[in-house]
Design a protein. Structure first.
Lengths: 293, 383, 299
């Protein structure tokens, strides 16, 4: 007993108690997800009792598998459709806003700067309710895909601004000045000198917006209109307590796999795109970390 | 006639309450190597950025070959800049960096290739066309930055501390190279630096700046030998500054009173009367045995002997209380002075210079640079 | 030196978007909360002019917020759940972030990847995983019965406060660890070594150097996860779905997705927002100050 205590308290070694907590946490945070993925291969209808391995919930079952159930497939398609549209709209808007706010030294910059920070700290339900009410009573926007995209873009913009602005601050104005000095017009300097330097940040923004959109539940649900516009998170929310089969697990697992694959792939592209620039791998990590913080 | 004359007329730039450039008048001749020298925050970089067009002046004119540039955006000015950080485009290789300006000017493709190749040869970077800036050393990056500006054949080249990021040895080599390039291309260089030695070795003329104003414009020799203000005397090299009462001209020299001693000062404002400073360079101070006598001699005591290898520096406290430094070459002829020895300090009249009385603000600035009676003054000389 | 409108024009589309779809919608909540009710279509009628505002809905919400009344109970429960979950998150998150920042060496890369994985797994997927574990015949019940802690399966998913708190901790702790790790990683190692050198034991050094230096990081990260927790209704719906554990988010959601009393829901949103404004402004202050410091250090 004493030996064990000394081993733990060894002042020159690693603090083993802390290490143990850390590894326990890692197991605790990942294991439930892995178990859920495992149950997507269950041979029975249960999502909690193992009844042997099967692929029926993925594609074997002609009616209820992810591949064949129109509800599940529709949710997956809607999730990906929204993510694509969100990326397409939020990233250009956010990049422009970041550039404008960093370079613009006028009176309007400060209030917009604050306005940009608010969506980051507003609880999603508050945002969802306000969009719900304004679409209903003022803009007359019908609920459905359009409303969902409008909502998702609104909370995505700020994340893009944070990522791109971090990069802009580290780049500084001298590259544009050099380009101007060598005869480029203001727009030319932006296109030829600044934008190429921002590519890694733009790319990181695309990944982050994709993940935000795929993961979003509250705003997307408030903006949805019935089954046609259900996304995967909405489907999980509505069926997880009820009669859902392991096909739901399979659908959720598919989302995890799609996300992790695209993030992994994106990370490799990011490394490649920023190879000529003084960005370390931990820099990339920080950019991806900055988004959530 | 050569192009590239720059005239700054009453040029002014405010940043909030602070006047970064406070109404300066500078006239730079075509083909001249002109340095703006001063401590950080003196306004030299802002002046350069005003000429380049990155800042909008709040008043005054910027004339390049007689044409006012103040309202012209940077990409339409026939001046180019070498940035302190080089600002080489990291996503472009050396060739594309150098060709950047030519492409903006819609030069034909074949001509671009020839001009880039030639300018890269001139800065000794032939064969490096396909490298990315990140794969070059600091000195090589500096040459690319220079080539990128030179290839456009500007009439004026602005250089913002271009050697600041390099180590001492490389800096020395590049100083000579820069000067050679400037002479070969025959273009006006406006060179910003805080390094007095750099300014003295390379420039045709120097403007010393302080607090947004020009203190003095002169050739390197003129600046060193004939400083016109206390600030310049103190900023450039080591100076022995002594506060005296001047009593006006008397037979080609000014009669000044330093404590209980009177000194004749043969240069500068010899007609001045009243409180002011006199200055003498350490290498002009002569240390003699205590027994020697004559005019312009003040007794003192050697406080410190600093050995510099080829030269030796003595710090002497005069009977008036002032501290004087003397510097002499160790050629075997001189005495070996020991600490604590009583000596006569000879301050020759032809080396003593009377400065115009300075404003109180200026005096504070001087005190910052070198506290008059502390050892810190020695370090200023060493840098 | 560029034209005045050059840089603002970059910001214009994004700024316009935020004004149209963030600022004005926020006002719409106020307009509905202080609006009236159309008895024929049974829909709320927003009043956009502040001079004509009606306060009936807000009054009913405020009376519901008096101690002992319906909203008061939900509100107190929400604050309690969030406080306990936050404490749980810190208890787990701080040691993990500390170990990662200070001690993990060869395994650091792997641990960081494991730390980030939950960010890329949908929140709802992670809740789904727990539903599977907490079902009556799930792994949790079976393990507890095998060990002998309980004799019959417990209904973890039917109104258990402990399940809700567990799910909240599980859901939000990754969002706490990452910013905490960033804060602790920024602390200069030499400062800590100086603490040890000046005679502090590891624990004293931690208490007197590390903890004070990471204070702002802890507060900022806590605010960052407390804000969404206050608005959370889906965790509760999935894990409990019982009015016994209902939080303020569930209450608001009920008014919009279930009933037609939008004005009351909107008033509740306003009350919640005002309550959270204190936390929000603190977080904004920290962020703005930090970005100002970054700018300074770059100059």
């Amino acid at each position: 007993m004493r030996r064990v205590r000394n081993w733990f308290a060894n002042p020159w070694g690693q603090p083993r108690a802390l290490g143990a907590i850390t590894w326990l946490y890692m197991v605790w945070s990942i294991a439930p997800v892995l178990i859920a993925i495992l149950f997507s291969f269950n041979n029975g209808r249960s999502r909690s009792v193992w009844q042997g391995f099967s692929l029926r919930w993925w594609w074997r079952d002609p009616n209820n598998s992810v591949l064949h159930d129109p509800t599940l497939r529709g949710a997956l398609e809607q999730s990906l459709r929204l993510a694509g549209l969100d990326m397409l709209i939020a990233v250009p808007l956010g990049v422009g806003l970041a550039i404008g706010l960093t370079r613009w030294r006028g009176y309007g910059a400060k209030p917009v700067n604050y306005l940009m920070l608010f969506p980051l700290v507003t609880p999603e339900i508050v945002m969802a309710v306000s969009l719900f009410l304004v679409f209903d009573h003022l803009y007359n926007v019908p609920f459905g895909t359009e409303a969902q995209v409008l909502g998702q873009v609104t909370f995505s913009i700020s994340y893009v601004v944070i990522i791109v602005r971090g990069r802009l601050l580290s780049v500084g104005p001298e590259y544009e000045e050099a380009a101007r000095d060598l005869g480029a017009s203001p727009l030319g300097a932006f296109r030829l000198a600044l934008l190429p330097l921002l590519y890694p940040a733009v790319f990181a923004s695309l990944i982050v917006v994709f993940a935000l959109s795929i993961d979003d539940f509250v705003v997307t649900q408030y903006m949805s209109a019935g089954q046609q516009t259900q996304t995967v998170p909405i489907l999980i929310y509505q069926t997880v307590r009820g009669t859902a089969t392991p096909a739901l697990n399979a659908l959720a697992s598919l989302m995890v796999i799609v996300t992790l694959l695209s993030v992994g792939l994106a990370y490799l592209v990011y490394r490649w795109a920023s190879r000529a620039q003084p960005v370390t791998s931990s820099g990339a990590l920080n950019e991806i970390a900055a988004l959530e913080a | 006639m050569k192009n590239g004359a720059v005239d700054l007329v009453q040029l002014r730039k405010q940043f909030g309450e602070v006047a970064a450039v406070d109404g300066i008048d500078v006239s730079i001749e075509a083909g001249e190597f002109f340095s703006l020298l001063g401590p950080s925050g003196c306004g030299k970089t802002t002046t350069l950025r005003l000429i380049a067009g990155f800042e909008r002046p709040d008043g005054g004119k910027i004339l390049v070959d007689g044409e006012d540039m103040a309202a012209t955006p940077p990409h339409r000015r026939k001046v180019n800049t070498v940035f302190q950080s080089y600002a080489l485009f990291p996503h472009l290789d050396v060739f594309d960096n150098v060709a950047f300006g030519l492409r903006r000017a819609h030069v034909k493709k074949g001509e671009i290739k020839g001009r880039v190749t030639r300018v890269l040869e001139a800065v000794q970077l032939g064969g490096y066309e396909k490298r990315k800036p990140g794969q070059l050393s600091g000195g090589q990056q500096q040459r690319v930055a220079l080539a990128r500006a030179l290839v456009l054949e500007p009439s004026v080249l602005l250089l913002d501390e271009p050697l600041g990021a390099l180590d001492a040895k490389l800096r020395k080599a590049l100083q000579l190279e820069l000067k050679a390039i400037q002479e070969r291309f025959g273009i006006t260089f406006v060179y910003v630096t805080h390094d007095q030695e750099e300014a003295l070795t390379m420039s045709d003329r120097i403007a010393v700046m302080s607090g947004g104003r020009v203190e003095q414009i002169a050739t390197p020799e003129g600046m060193y030998e004939e400083p016109e203000t206390v600030f310049v005397a103190d900023f450039l090299g080591v100076s022995n500054l002594m506060r005296v009462r001047a009593e006006g001209a008397d037979g080609g020299a000014c009669l000044t009173v330093l404590g209980d001693f009177s000194l004749r000062a043969g240069r500068g404002e010899i007609a001045h009367q009243g409180e002011t400073h006199i200055v003498i360079r350490p290498e002009r101070v002569v240390i003699e045995p205590y027994e020697s006598s004559g005019a312009n001699r003040v007794p003192g005591m050697i406080e410190r002997v600093v050995y510099h290898g080829s030269s030796e520096q003595l710090v002497v406290r005069l009977a008036s209380g002032d501290i004087v430094q003397a510097l002499f070459v160790r050629d075997g002829s001189s005495h070996d002075w020991a600490q604590g020895t009583a000596v006569q300090v000879h301050l020759p009249a032809e080396a003593l210079r009377v400065l115009p009385p300075s404003s109180p603000g200026e005096m504070a600035a001087v005190a910052e640079v070198a506290p008059p009676d502390s050892g810190a003054a020695l370090e200023v000389g060493a840098s | 030196m560029t034209r005045r409108w050059f840089w603002p024009s970059f910001a214009l589309p994004g700024a316009g978007w935020l004004i149209l779809l963030f600022l004005i919608p926020t006002y719409a909540v106020v307009a509905v909360a202080f609006g009236t009710f159309d008895p024929i279509f049974s829909t709320p009628v927003p009043i956009w002019n502040p001079l004509h505002w009606q306060f009936a809905s807000m009054r009913s919400v405020l009376s519901g917020l008096e101690p002992g009344h319906a909203f008061w109970i939900v509100f107190v429960r929400t604050v309690g759940y969030v406080a306990i979950s936050l404490a749980g998150c810190l208890l787990i998150g701080y040691p993990v972030a500390y170990y990662l920042a200070r001690h993990a060496r060869r395994t650091k890369g792997l641990l960081l990847v494991l730390l980030i994985v939950p960010f890329w797994v949908s929140y709802l997927m992670r809740m789904l995983a727990w539903v599977g574990l907490l079902l009556p015949d799930g792994l949790v019940n079976r393990t507890l019965m095998d060990v002998g802690v309980i004799s019959a399966p417990r209904a973890w998913l039917a109104g258990q406060a402990s399940s809700v708190v567990l799910a909240l901790v599980y859901g939000y702790v990754p969002y706490l660890i990452l910013p905490l790790y960033a804060t602790l990683d920024r602390i200069d190692r030499s400062v800590l070594e100086a603490g040890r050198d000046l005679g502090g034991s590891p624990i004293r050094t931690f208490l007197h150097v590390t903890l004070p230096l990471s204070r702002h990081g802890i507060l900022a990260a806590s605010v960052l996860i407390a804000l969404p927790m206050f608005g959370d209704y889906y965790t509760n719906d999935i894990i409990s779905n019982s009015p016994r554990t209902s939080m303020i988010g569930n209450q608001i959601n009920l008014f919009f997705q279930g009933g037609s009393e939008q004005a009351v829901g909107a008033s509740l949103v306003i009350v919640l927002s005002l309550f959270l404004a204190v936390l929000m402004s603190y977080y904004l202050w920290i962020t703005v100050r930090a970005s100002a410091e970054t700018k300074e250090s770059l100059l």
